[in-house]
Design a binder for this molecule. Structure first.
Ligand code: FES
Length: 117
């Protein structure tokens, strides 16, 4: 069979490139785009952060953890957990210190107290 009869060596209209060369170029371009996209998602995507959990084990059987207190019942001082690691949640038990040491985080409690007269 002559070389001119090989479909992979057919010249694209007026071009000096063959179909095989075009297919290779397109495949290379698509591959490079895919690798670039995956690298971007891995390195720069904020989706990973949005999907991480704050609440690891407090009342996981409820759709939303909510606590309400009357101001009159707070006493002189109330210390509430904001790190979600307290064993006495929603009250702070000091677990934020260990959490901060382990993670490099800087969370601490919310302290509500009556103004001293
Ligand atoms: S234990 Fe969570 S803020 Fe103190």
């Amino acid at each position: 069979m002559s070389k001119a009869g090989n479909p992979q060596s057919v010249r694209v209209m007026g071009s000096s490139s063959t179909m095989k060369e075009w297919a290779a170029a397109i495949s290379l371009t698509i591959g490079a785009a895919a690798v670039g996209y995956l690298a971007y998602r891995t390195l720069y995507s904020k989706d990973k952060c949005r999907k991480s959990l704050v609440n690891l084990d407090i009342q996981k059987d409820t759709p939303k953890v909510v606590h309400a207190f009357d101001v009159e019942d707070l006493g002189d001082k109330a210390v509430y957990c904001r790190c979600w690691r307290s064993k006495r949640f929603p009250m702070c038990d000091g677990s934020h210190t260990k959490h901060n040491e382990e993670t490099g985080d800087n969370v601490g409690p919310l302290i509500i107290k009556k103004r001293e007269a």
